[in-house]
Design a protein around this ligand. Sequence first.
Ligand code: UT7
Length: 330
Amino acid sequence: MTHNLPVGIAGLGHAVPDRVLDNDWFTQFIDTSDEWIRQRTGIVERRWLSEDETTSDLFIRAGQMALDRAGVKPEEVDLIVVGTVSGDYLACPASACIVQDKLGCTNAAAFDLAAACTGFLYSLQVARQFIMTGTHKNVLVIGGEGLSRLLDMNDRNSVVIFADGAGAAVLQPHETCQQGLIEDITLGADGAGYHFIIRPKGGAKEPVTPEILAEGTHLLRMKGREVYRFAVDRMSELMAWAMEGQDVEDVGWVFPHQMNRRILETASGKLNIPNEKVYINIHRFGNTSAGTVPICLSEAYGNGELEKGKLQILAAFGAGLTWGAARVRW
Ligand code: UT7
């Protein structure tokens, strides 16, 4: 058995809710403005789940699209990995199991992976190992969130940026799909920064009580300004890792986590990566955490914008703190 089979991306898909919220919508809850949000984040509108939707609905739609585009039948999938921190249930059961059932992936194992905004990059690397070792042939990787359900409507920093959406990729041995060669992936973490983006209470450390519910400390909190500095540094380091020994002419797209337009422009500017090579859709979808990178990739794929032979760079940073990047040769 070989242990380093090259791995390719056979298909990509994505899904966002139909419910669109513009910036003005938030002025009914917090002291903010369309102008502030556009200038400080680049967000114009975002999608939030409607009442009758769940996060796994997005995973299922994104996963089905990726399978269709890859020409893979549900029963041919042997593993599903979902990168998320806002699945349907409190980690038990895994959302990947809901996806496995609803998509009819009767021969697949399934589990979730929690790496927040880096969830897709972490999941991609884990899934890739199963193909590299030759034990699995079709792995469905999904990254996405329904974070709107976990936001504190009084936290100005987080409520205006986070949103809902999911993206998916089907991984296969590269010799099978002949596209999207994953050349390399790097991952990292610094748990000393665990408290910067956190749901402080309601977990096993401090199980939920009526007091916790009343104060809302089971909801997501972010220290935006502190995270900002880390995000710029890490994103530029990740892009530098991906660009090492590469020619900028050879780069098709950089697909960065859509956390804040200013962060992306500062990070890519430090490396002289032209803005027109940096894929941005934060103005339409906001920050969907684990969803941003695969949604961007899937959009570009659907629009025929992934040029054969070009290098595609993926980079993400988020809660944990965690980070990761990938070089994919299309
Ligand atoms: O995806 C995971 C990783 N996440 C990130 O990378 C997020 C990184 N952080 C950010 O994107 C930004 O820090 C935010 C968009 C969250 C905030 O932008 P900022 O430019 O860092 O604002 P700030 O927190 O430094 O606040 C500046 C001012 C403050 O007012 P004063 O104290 O100067 O009077 C805030 O109270 O802006 C105020 N402010 C707001 N005003 C209107 C903070 N949030 C808002 C808001 N609307 N939503």
